[in-house]
Design a protein around this ligand. Structure first.
Ligand SMILES: [Zn+2]
Length: 280
């Protein structure tokens, strides 16, 4: 018999009432590029340790129950998938969920700076360095409670949705890994929730960029800014200024590219918003 399955529910309730409030959960949309919100079996009150594809997964308390919040890669095929829940008394317990199908539309863009479509050898070296830095930020992890109820980081209509299959100058490229908000040039970009700045930089494709870790591997990314107002290690509250809208990096005009990474997987940021991005 495992401790995970047979702990008293009463004890769970008492312990969780002492936990800090976590806010609303993200939307459950178990598709490639989406987020699965999965209730976990009752435990003794300690936060269960969950893994997906061998990476630690965010676990939050809501209404006195535990939920795993799992980022699903865009490249993952629909069908059954499995989480593993650590059991201190035995082997990890599997928990199966189903990834459902979703079809993302195509988008064709014309980029006038040819180097941003066909980078030179020197550019490719810089791009590889950028990627290392960004991936390191995506690997951020702690065990703190997380506020997953996000407010809009910029004011403006959505100009490109997450997941679009992209063609730059008719050449196929990676799908759109975030959502674009067409805010006014030089207007404010703010933190959508509390977090810590884990990287800032001027990257080849992303331009002036800030990455914020909100806890438990939930990392947000802000690109193409005209200026950056924060530094690595800064602790932010929701609504704190992090920079200004701009058009640095690979862009067709001023906008914010906003990305979210969860368990090192890029997912649709709109699933975390408490208010929607206005349609264009
Ligand atoms: Zn974008």
């Amino acid at each position: 018999m495992t401790r995970l399955r047979f702990c008293a529910a009463g004890l769970l309730l008492v312990l969780l009432m002492n936990s800090p409030p976590t806010g609303a959960l993200p939307q459950h949309q178990p598709v490639p590029g989406g987020v699965a919100v999965i209730e976990l079996p009752a435990t003794c009150g300690e936060r269960p340790q969950v893994r997906f594809r061998d990476r630690p997964v965010m676990v939050v308390a809501e209404n006195e129950r535990w939920f795993a919040v799992v980022g699903i890669p865009l490249s993952m095929a629909p069908g059954p998938a499995s989480l593993s829940i650590d059991d201190p008394d035995g082997p990890a317990l599997p928990l199966t969920f189903v990834i459902t199908e979703f079809s993302y539309p195509e988008q064709r863009l014309t980029i006038s700076n040819k180097r941003q479509v066909d980078p030179t050898a020197d550019d490719l070296k810089r791009i590889a360095g950028d990627r290392r830095e960004i991936n390191q930020a995506f690997r951020s992890w702690d065990e703190e409670p997380v506020d997953t109820a996000f407010h809009l980081p910029a004011i403006g209509p959505r100009s490109s949705a997450f997941g679009l299959k992209r063609f730059f100058n008719e050449q196929p490229r990676s799908p759109h890994s975030g959502v674009d908000i067409a805010a006014v040039d030089k207007s404010d970009v703010v933190a959508p929730a509390a977090g810590v700045v884990v990287a800032t930089g001027d990257y080849f494709f992303n331009g002036n960029t800030v990455l914020i870790h909100h806890g438990q591997g939930l990392v947000t990314m802000y690109c193409h800014m005209s200026e950056i107002s924060v530094q690595d290690g800064d602790r932010l509250s929701a609504g704190d200024l992090i920079g200004k809208i701009g058009q640095t990096g690979r862009v067709t005009g001023p906008h914010l590219h906003w990305g979210i990474s969860l368990n090192q997987v890029r997912v649709n940021p709109e699933l975390f918003l408490v208010e929607p991005i206005p349609a264009q």
